[in-house]
Design a protein around this ligand. Structure first.
Ligand SMILES: Cc1ncc(COP(=O)(O)O)c(C=O)c1O
Length: 450
């Protein structure tokens, strides 16, 4: 019987808790899960260990977040050190030095004049923060009538009310009908008809950005505050942006004084083989949201990057006035900052963003080696991300991919599914041998799932 929390942690690393009832799990089929729980208890490098002692290859970097691999000593030590020095300091009208250091180092790796940062605790908070900053900016800039937002179908921007409103994921909205008013959506860019089995960016689809023109005609540009998109929509099934699409959105926004927000919660920190997608595509947004890889997921943290003009416009009015009436108890939490600083060091020291770019062609070939597997109707890839789209079972959408997911897990591989799409995004320390194993297991699972 454990007497300390540490002993309890060790006890529970080898046995399933007796009672799984009390917890309502997020985005999970609770009753199905509790019948056959999948519990992870430790992690190192490319692998998790399950409660029954099996090694599980991490094909998803946790939830798209452990970009430098698990249990990085540098990050663990930084967090331990900071926890012993100062657990917490208030975030309003007070600060601690690590916040400033992290903001400086983070903005140094953001492109263009994205040279200010605001800290949050998650991607969802980053999104809601960015939307609020967009509104506050227009108000300070003498255009308070710009209050509308434009998101995109099949967008995922977290689970706050702002995020689900601009998000384009039906299931995430319909249980909670009361959303932000004045939101429109661009069409998504996914087309099996035109782009199936594309390698990297598909050629067809840049014109879909022009739908913004219709919304501008309908509502008037002077009513639109911002457009928010993921440069590559990940959570809703790995939807790769067509060539030229993001540039076209940028140009339209510039032409009409509309802010462009890139949600880089997943695409940031090397995932696509560059520091950020905006660097890769050479399109600088006005605001950029981040989270996940910011701390290598060791401590929850998010951030919003702001271009100079946004920040400077907010700095108006008397100096004793609070410029932005927004923030969180844990904005820039000391442990998160320590983890963030250590994570950025690891990324730089191990040159992980370059490593992702170098591995991407090998990854691409591995992804497309599944072309003849049964039920595969599309394969797509960008950087160190892949989507494997399966033909849904008639009348039973999602079940085929779910069965493949369970099979992979039983065979020692963690993948992720959305609908009937399997998504992959391994830690960027992945070796070629891991990639071979990953696609070997997936191939066998697809052979076996009817
Ligand atoms: C693009 C994007 N934005 C926002 C979020 C929400 O992040 P969080 O779950 O940390 O709130 C996610 C999560 O996957 C995401 O992919």
């Amino acid at each position: 019987m454990a007497t300390t929390t540490a002993e309890l942690v060790d006890d529970l690393a080898v046995k399933t808790p007796n009672n799984l009832d009390a917890l309502l799990m997020p985005f999970t089929a609770n009753r199905q899960f509790k019948e056959n729980p999948r519990l992870l208890v430790s992690a190192e490098g490319m692998h998790y260990r399950s409660v029954d002692g099996r090694e599980i290859l991490d094909g998803t970097a946790g939830l798209w977040c452990v970009n430098a691999g698990h249990g990085r000593r540098e990050i663990v030590e930084a967090v331990q050190h900071q926890a012993a020095r100062m657990d917490y300091s208030p975030s309003f009208q007070m600060a601690h030095p690590l916040q400033f250091e992290l903001a400086a180092r983070l903005t140094a790796i953001l492109p263009g004049d994205l040279d200010h940062a605001f800290f949050t605790n998650s991607g969802s908070e980053s999104v809601d923060t960015a939307l609020k900053i967009a509104l506050a900016y227009h108000q300070a800039n003498g255009e308070p009538g710009r209050t509308r937002f434009v998101g995109r179908e099949r967008g995922y921007h977290g689970v706050g009310f702002g995020g689900i409103s601009v998000g384009g994921t039906g299931n995430n909205r319909k249980q909670f009908r009361n959303q932000l008013p004045e939101v429109d959506h661009l069409p998504h860019t996914h087309s099996l008809e035109h782009n199936a089995f594309s390698r990297g960016q598909p050629e067809w689809g840049a014109h879909l950005a022009d739908s913004l023109n219709s919304l501008i005609q309908l509502h008037g540009a002077e009513s639109i505050a911002a457009v928010i998109v993921e440069p590559m929509a990940a959570s809703t099934g790995v939807l790769i942006p067509p060539m030229g699409y993001l540039r076209r959105l940028r140009d339209l926004c510039d032409e009409h004084g509309i802010l462009l927000i890139f949600d880089e919660v997943i695409t940031g920190f090397g995932r696509l083989g560059a520091s950020f997608a905006c660097e890769l595509f050479d399109v600088v947004p006005d605001l950029v949201t981040m989270a996940k890889g910011l701390t290598n997921a060791a401590v929850p943290m998010g951030a919003v990057g702001l271009r100079k003009k946004i920040h400077d416009t907010l700095m108006h009015g008397p100096e004793y006035m609070i410029e932005l009436f927004h923030g969180y108890t844990y904005s820039g939490h000391p442990l998160a900052c320590a983890a963030g600083l250590a994570a950025l060091d690891v990324y730089r020291h191990d040159e992980l963003f370059d490593r992702a770019a170098e591995l991407a062609p090998y990854w691409e070939d591995a992804v497309h080696s599944l072309r003849d597997k049964r039920n595969v109707i599309d394969l797509r890839n960008l950087g160190m991300v892949a989507g494997i789209e399966l033909e849904p079972r008639p009348g039973k959408p999602t079940t085929r991919a779910y069965d493949a997911f369970v099979r992979c897990f039983e065979e020692g591989l963690l993948v992720r599914t959305t609908g009937d799409i399997i998504a992959l995004s391994p830690p960027l320390i992945v070796e070629r041998s891991h990639i071979d194993r990953m696609f070997g297991i997936i191939g066998e699972s697809l052979d076996q799932v009817a």
